[in-house]
Write a new protein. Sequence first.
Length: 94
Amino acid sequence: MALDQIAADIRKVLETKAFSGSLKFDCGAAGLIVLADGTANTEDRPTDCTLALSEENLVKLLKGKLNPMTALATGKLKLSGNPMVAMSLAKLIG
């Protein structure tokens, strides 16, 4: 699934669920998705928190098929910045 489509899917969720702060999913060469100001897009900008992971693991994470804590412990997910912002992502997952 392309990151543009994933961002569009996240935008649909953000229409009914609030997310405060700003968060970046950094998928390396595949690109990135930024959640900020009530929307999601693929334009880079500074954020409160960055989650580095593969595009495949991003899809699993957003579908609730990848446990974030397990992903951190096994190195499938790397977090930088404010971990409280990442924790608030749970409202959007699954």
